[in-house]
Design a protein around this ligand. Structure first.
Ligand code: SAH
Length: 229
């Protein structure tokens, strides 16, 4: 089933406007015509269904016939990930995090991050595609922090769990207990620095093992998030 995305600003008085590439996808690729029923998500939990009423050069108007509210994923998982060098690996991690139900993604320049800049526009369109492909109605916000400390200062009342390869996962890790809002942290290629590790202990974060072997950042993201499926 094809799902289209329209933010709440394009949904008013019983009608939905599909614009830009969403409209182009429906009209050109799918050759959708008036009367065809399309499915739409608004990224805020809203799912809609309705027929096409008007097609113009770069917009499609739908009339809402059915709508429902999908509850937000529970637990509310926030991924905090150190920026990694290879853009395709970073984009892979973002796409998998969304497929696995993350509520928000906070990227940070870790002490060991090699790279500085991130193509946020590309990440945002990857996020929309991953939401539609996984038939989700929630579009995670993606933000960028200049340091782990700034990220940690911006997250309130969440359990903090940091994946760290230098911790022996003696099976006593309690990753499911505690609050429903959890910040899951994964370091960049070079791992967390000593000062970043000390921030975890200051904030009584839980260090979590993802097994005996060393995983790439993007693999650790998948391994960590899939424990909450
Ligand atoms: N510090 C290591 C590799 C870091 S791997 C080095 O310098 O070689 C990148 C990130 O993936 C780590 O910061 C950690 O968050 C996560 N990670 C990788 N393997 C892990 C494991 N076995 N257990 C927990 N976290 C792991």
């Amino acid at each position: 089933m094809n799902i289209f995305y329209a933010p709440p600003s394009q949904i008013n008085n019983g009608f939905i406007e599909l614009l830009d590439q969403e409209a182009a996808h429906a009209s050109k690729v799918l050759r959708a015509s008036e009367g065809d029923v399309l499915h739409v998500v608004d990224g805020q939990g809203g799912r809609y269904k309705g027929p096409i009423r008007r097609i113009t050069k770069n917009s499609i108007q739908l009339e809402i016939e059915e709508q429902r509210k999908i509850s937000a994923p529970n637990p509310e998982l926030i991924l905090g990930m150190g920026i990694i060098k290879k853009r395709d690996r970073l984009e892979f991690a973002v796409e998998k995090a969304i497929e696995l139900g993350v509520s928000e993604i906070m990227l940070f320049r870790s002490d060991h991050s090699i790279k500085e800049n991130v193509r946020m526009d590309r990440l945002e369109s990857i996020a929309v595609s991953a939401m539609k492909q996984s038939l989700r109605a929630w579009l995670p916000q993606i933000s960028l922090y200049r340091s782990l400390e700034l990220l940690l200062d911006d997250v309130q009342d969440a359990d903090i769990l940091a994946a760290h390869e230098k911790v022996d996962g003696n099976g006593k890790q309690k990753i499911h207990s505690g609050r429903d809002k959890k910040l899951l942290l994964v370091g960049p290629e070079g791992g967390f620095s000593d000062s970043e590790i000390s921030m975890f202990t200051e904030r009584d974060a839980q260090l979590v093992s993802l097994g005996e072997n060393r995983l790439r950042t993007e693999t650790a993201v998948v391994a960590f998030l899939s424990q909450y499926l």
